[in-house]
Ligand binder design. Structure first.
Ligand code: ZN
Length: 98
């Protein structure tokens, strides 16, 4: 039997994202490159439901899928919730800290 596929949460790198969803947190890092990532409330809720999920940045997620030719993408929350988050983004305050 094949071991279960790990589940990843692909997140925007905190320094690169120009905008953020209100209530996003910046306390986690990419499991591969260690870049600090931004996790929106929908992602935080998904992590709370499945804590074994591996946090990874978009760049590493895309590179991994390209390298392996495997991986599917699903939304971390119902589409309407993701759409609401996208519609209400604000400038990324993390970038101005530094
Ligand atoms: Zn990464």
């Amino acid at each position: 039997m094949k071991p279960p596929q790990p589940r990843f949460l692909a997140c925007a790198p905190a320094e690169a994202a120009e905008r953020m969803v209100a209530g996003s947190t910046f306390d986690r890092s990419c499991a591969q490159c260690r870049a600090r990532v931004m996790i929106a409330p929908s992602g935080r809720a998904a992590l709370a439901r499945t804590p074994e999920t591996v946090v990874i940045c978009y760049d590493c997620a895309i590179a991994q899928m390209a390298a392996t030719g495997q991986g599917t993408i699903e939304l971390a929350a119902p589409a309407a919730e993701i759409a609401r988050e996208i519609r209400t983004t604000q400038p990324n305050t993390w970038r101005k800290r530094n």
